[in-house]
Design a protein around this ligand. Sequence first.
Ligand SMILES: [Zn+2]
Ligand SMILES: [Zn+2]
Length: 253
Amino acid sequence: MKDTEDIIETDLEEENPEQEANSDDIESDSSLSDEIVEEQVEEKADIREIIKSFQPLDYFDYVNLHIHSKYSDGKADFEDIIRQAKEMGYHKIAICDHNTVEGHKHFKDDVLIPAVEFDCWCGYVFLHLLAYGIDVDNPVLDEFYAKTKKETEADIVRIFAKRDIKKLINAIHEAGGIAVLAHPACCWAFNLDKFVGKLVSYGLDGIEVYYPYRRHRAVIRFATLRQIKDIAAKYDLIVTGGTDCHTRNITAY
Ligand SMILES: [Zn+2]
Ligand SMILES: [Zn+2]
């Protein structure tokens, strides 16, 4: 069930800051002789445009870009999440299991965006990095996925993630995807603005803005929705949203 306070808090009434398409992303680079690379660039533009087309009010009734399945620590079967989304008329969903794309290797659907949520560190700050629109069979990204089931579900195991953030973002791009900072108000960064700036210098493409801030408040909450929106606008980041649903019913979280 939706929580009214969450809806107010996520400020869905406000307009999404206008996101201009970055011509650099679409422009073809003459050095790209390889057709496969060109295809990946096209896919990357697609996922950017798809996500940019979502409005704040689309979240969370028609679009939910942050759902977990049983392939990590969620309670719902992967295929059942797809079924529910279609039945309820969602335009797009993204199932982002922790450090694994196993579900996406087994199930594909028009409503589904291939995605994953990585655990990693940037200096002393632990963060969750979402990747959207990736080719789940890409060998470069393959080395960053969980090696054991525990790495997909146990917090205590996941916090020891040794992924190099710069290499990870590069690998996500290699796989045709975009890298998005998940639930940023949870980051233990002394200065979140500077921290996001650092990630942007490493190639960060987007930031999760519309999500239930209250749900994470029990853990930690260092920034408000307004601050996150300002940071997104300052660095011209793609704005995303999702409930971080771990429940059986995708309208709950
Ligand atoms: Zn997360
Ligand atoms: Zn999550």
